[in-house]
Design a protein around this ligand. Structure first.
Ligand code: ACO
Length: 309
């Protein structure tokens, strides 16, 4: 079986910044409440004319350029999203068309776990040798499914996209993923296709803390690795307190976890690839490092991936 590595990362957020203070001008909330309870200080919101596929294309173009890979060599495109432009064609087909590629392309829907699910599926398709160079993208425009009068959810989310180039490399670290879901909890976080989002915040929060801890333990045990073998843990950015709580329970220093929720809010399927791209830019992760990516969210679904950069 071929190993699979990430050879390029990229991300894109829209230009329109929405701070907590601005949000509080039209909603019964405050900068203090949002930042203390969630860690979020600001998020970016896309214009009406910018859809999920546009965010995805911008992130993908950056990842391709950083991987020094030409578009003709891309033979697979997967977009994780729960806010597609249309029911069909898939967002991935629109991305493919906008980029000018002929690769097979499809969407994958697993909410905030979507990017890890997409990486897992793509890397399995590549391990056999059938595909060699994949673009795996997480992109969401939650602003179009938010009820802006609902303070329980409106303060949490932002728009954005992140992308990675995944390449098969014989002899590379055999990337590992573990996916799962809870028996119950589908009703804890929902959105009809056109929104709005409804959420049992406390339930999702408790699930997040429990599952981050359990994913980390299971992944390390299965791979017989210690935490020191992992250069950086990149968890889904839902709430800083979920990350702090899991880190505290496991006695792992918080700086082992990458956190950028203060700048972007929860960008759903985009949060992990945006965080990974930023961690690369900040040189917290270098070529050859092994990283652990952890997704969790609506479903209630979860997924962890251990992969080499
Ligand atoms: N501003 C001010 N007050 C608020 C706000 C707000 N934006 N939102 C809720 N409150 C109030 C509530 O009404 C409540 O008031 P009450 O005590 O008078 O009833 C009080 O604050 C406390 O509310 P809780 O819901 O208990 O607050 P909690 O500390 O649990 O924080 C939060 C709420 C931030 C939503 C938290 O539960 C959370 O982050 N949950 C996880 C959510 C999440 O990550 N969702 C996305 C998952 S990823 C995916 O798949 C899309």
């Amino acid at each position: 079986l071929n190993g699979v590595t990430i050879t390029g990362t990229g991300f894109y957020v829209p230009t329109s910044l929405l701070t907590n203070v601005e949000l509080a001008a039209s909603l019964d909330t405050s900068d203090e409440w949002i930042s203390q309870r969630t860690g979020i200080r600001q998020r970016y919101i896309a214009e009406a004319s910018t859809d999920t596929s546009d965010l995805a294309v911008a992130a993908a173009a950056q990842a391709l350029s950083r991987a020094h890979l030409s578009l003709e060599d891309v033979d697979l495109i997967v977009v994780a999203t729960s806010t597609p432009d249309y029911a069909f064609p898939s967002t991935a087909m629109l991305v493919k068309q906008k980029l000018g590629s002929r690769a097979p392309a499809f969407d994958l829907s697993a909410a905030c776990s979507g990017f890890v699910y997409a990486l897992s599926v793509s890397s399995d398709m590549m391990k056999s040798g059938a595909y060699h160079n994949a673009l795996v993208i997480g992109a969401d425009k939650f602003s179009k499914i938010i009820d802006w009068q609902d303070r329980n959810t409106a303060v949490l989310f932002g728009d954005g996209a992140g992308a990675v180039v995944l390449q098969s490399r014989p002899g590379a670290f055999p990337c590992f993923s573990l996916l799962g879901s809870e028996e119950r909890g589908a009703e804890a976080l929902t959105s009809p296709v056109t929104g709005p989002i409804t959420m049992q915040g406390r339930e999702v929060f408790k699930f997040g803390v429990r599952i981050v801890e359990s994913m980390l333990t299971k992944a390390l045990e299965t791979l017989n690795l210690s935490i020191d073998d992992i250069a950086l843990i990149i968890p889904h950015q839902a709430n800083i307190r979920i990350i702090e709580s899991a880190a505290g329970k496991m006695n792992i220093p918080l700086d082992k976890f990458f956190v950028n929720i203060e700048n972007y809010g929860n960008t759903s399927a985009a949060s992990i690839p945006i965080a990974l791209a930023e961690a690369m830019e900040q040189k917290l992760v270098r070529s050859g490092d092994i990283v652990m990516l952890m997704g969790f969210g609506a479903g209630l679904a979860w997924g962890v991936q251990v992969i080499q950069i």
